[in-house]
Ligand binder design. Structure first.
Ligand SMILES: [Mn+2]
Length: 431
C-alpha cells in the first residue's frame, strides 16, 4: 500500500484590476506590493497551482505598464516555481481576446488563459499536476459569460428565467465534459471557476458592476454542482463563501478598489485538495500598503474646522509617492464656495497625502442650488451614483430598484460594449 500524496495546494486570487486608478490616482505602487506579496506567498505556502478568477485588468484596453506588470509577474512566478500551474479566466472588465492573445507563448509554460467561452467545452478543461508531475485535479475554467455566450430556449419552452437557463445549459455541458475527464484519470477532484454575481452574497457597492442582467439576475449557487471540490469565483470584491457552501468562494480583490471597500480585510484563499474528503480552505490576509484617511473621521464638518484639521495633519512620508495615504475630505457648506478646493489644497501643501475626494454637503438642499460652484468630480463617480443624484434633484424618494435602477443598469451595460472594432455585439455587459 502506497502512502497517499500530500494535498494539492491551490492559491485563489481575483479582481486585480491592474491599471486601475482611484479618482485619477495610480494604484501601481499597491499592485507592485501585492504582486511581491503573492510571489513570496507562492513560495512560503508551496503552491502547486494559482487560480486568477477574472478582472485581471481594469479595462478592455489596459495601459502598457499594467500589461508589463502582469507578464513580469507570470515570468517571475514561473522562474521561481517552474512546476506552478497558472489558470486565468477573463472577467467582465477584461478584453477576452487581449487576454488570450499571448496563449501560444503561455501554454508551454503551463499558464492557461481562458478569456471567453470556447465552442468545445473540452478546451476550458485544465489539468493540474503536483511537483512530482502527477495529475491531481481538473479545473473547469469557466470565464465570465457574456449574453452572447448563452443559448436561448426554443420558443414555447417553459423557462422561468432565460438567463439562468442559459447559464445552466452552458454549465451542464462543461461539467459533463469535466466529469468525463476526471473519470478518465481514475476519479480526479473537479474544480470550477466563474466570474459572476451569485445569489446570497454581500455586494460591495460601486466598483463591482451587477453583471449579467442586473441585480434581479444574480445566479443561484446550485449552478455549481455539489461534486465540485472547490469553486473559485471572481467579481465581488469582498471575500466570502456563497450560499452557505464553504468551498464556493469569492477570493475578493487584493486591496480596496474604491473607498467603499476600505473597511474589510482583503485576502487570497489557500485551498488544499486531497484525493478524498472536502477541500480545506484557509484565508491568507493581504497586507494593506496604503492607508485611507478621512477628514472629518465621520460625517461632514464646516470649512474652518476641516481646514484646521488638515493643517494639523501629521503623516509620515511613505516609501514612494504612489504609496502615500489617500485622503477623503467632506465639508458641509451653507452656500457654494468657489475657493474651497484651493483652500483645501493649500492646507495640505507639502503633506505626503493624496487627496482622492473632496465632497461637499449642503446644510439645506436649496443651499447648493443649480449654480453650485463645487460641482462633483464626475470622473470619481460611478454612473449609477450620477443617476441617483440626478434623480434626487427631481424626486423625493430613491429611484425604484426593480424598475428604474434595473432599467438604468441595463442601459449602462448595453452602452459599455467592446470597442467598435471588436466582433462582440454591442449588447454585451462588459465593463
Ligand atoms: Mn472586479
Amino acid at each position: 500500500m502506497t502512502a497517499s500524496p500530500p494535498p494539492l495546494r491551490l492559491l485563489h486570487t481575483s479582481d486585480w484590476h491592474l491599471g486601475q486608478e482611484l479618482h485619477g490616482l495610480s494604484r501601481e505602487g499597491e499592485h507592485r506590493a501585492f504582486l511581491e506579496w503573492l510571489l513570496a506567498t507562492l513560495d512560503t505556502e508551496q503552491v502547486d497551482a494559482l487560480l486568477i478568477t477574472g478582472d485581471v485588468f481594469d479595462s478592455q484596453n489596459p495601459p502598457v505598464a499594467a500589461q508589463a506588470l502582469f507578464y513580469e509577474f507570470l515570468a517571475r512566478a514561473k522562474r521561481a516555481r517552474p512546476d506552478l500551474d497558472v489558470v486565468v479566466i477573463g472577467g467582465n472588465h477584461d478584453s477576452a481576446a487581449r487576454l488570450e492573445a499571448p496563449n501560444a507563448l503561455l501554454r508551454p509554460l503551463d499558464v492557461h488563459v481562458v478569456g471567453s467561452l470556447p465552442k468545445e467545452p473540452e478546451r476550458l478543461l485544465v489539468p493540474l499536476t503536483d511537483r512530482s508531475g502527477r495529475l491531481r485535479a481538473v479545473v473547469a475554467a469557466i470565464p465570465f459569460l457574456r449574453l452572447a455566450d448563452l443559448p436561448v430556449p426554443t420558443p414555447g419552452e417553459d423557462v422561468e428565467d432565460t438567463l439562468v437557463w442559459g447559464v445552466r445549459t452552458v454549465h451542464e455541458r462543461v461539467f459533463a465534459a469535466a466529469r468525463a475527464r476526471c473519470a478518465e484519470f481514475g476519479g480526479l477532484p473537479l474544480i470550477a471557476t466563474g466570474h459572476c454575481y451569485m445569489v446570497g452574497t454581500a455586494l460591495s457597492e460601486l466598483s463591482e458592476r451587477r453583471i449579467l442582467g442586473g441585480n434581479q439576475h444574480a445566479l443561484p449557487v446550485d449552478l455549481f454542482p455539489a461534486d465540485c471540490t472547490y469553486v473559485a469565483l471572481g467579481h465581488l470584491h469582498k471575500p466570502q463563501a456563497v450560499g452557505g457552501r464553504e468551498t464556493v468562494r469569492y477570493a475578493g480583490s487584493p486591496f480596496p478598489l474604491s473607498v467603499t471597500e476600505k473597511d474589510y480585510p482583503h485576502q487570497a484563499v489557500l485551498v488544499e485538495i486531497s484525493a478524498e474528503g472536502p477541500a480545506a480552505v484557509r484565508a491568507l490576509p493581504i497586507p494593506r500598503t496604503v492607508d485611507y484617511l478621512r477628514v472629518p473621521r465621520t460625517g461632514a464638518a464646516a470649512p474652518e474646522p476641516v481646514l484646521a484639521e488638515l493643517r494639523a495633519l501629521d503623516v509620515a512620508e511613505a516609501p514612494a509617492r504612489d504609496l502615500r495615504p489617500y485622503l477623503e475630505v467632506v465639508v458641509r457648506l451653507d452656500r457654494p464656495s468657489p475657493s474651497l478646493r484651493h483652500e483645501v489644497e493649500q492646507a495640505l501643501e507639502g503633506k505626503p497625502v493624496r487627496l482622492c475626494r473632496l465632497a461637499v454637503e449642503y446644510a439645506t438642499p436649496e443651499a447648493g442650488g443649480p449654480a453650485a460652484a463645487e460641482t462633483p468630480d464626475l470622473a470619481g463617480l460611478h454612473p449609477e451614483e450620477v443617476f441617483e443624484r440626478a434623480w434626487a434633484r427631481l424626486y423625493p424618494d430613491e429611484p425604484p430598484e426593480e424598475t428604474h435602477l434595473a432599467a438604468f443598469r441595463e442601459l449602462l451595460e448595453s452602452l459599455d460594449g467592446d470597442a467598435p472594432a471588436a466582433s462582440a455585439p454591442a449588447t454585451e455587459p462588459v465593463a
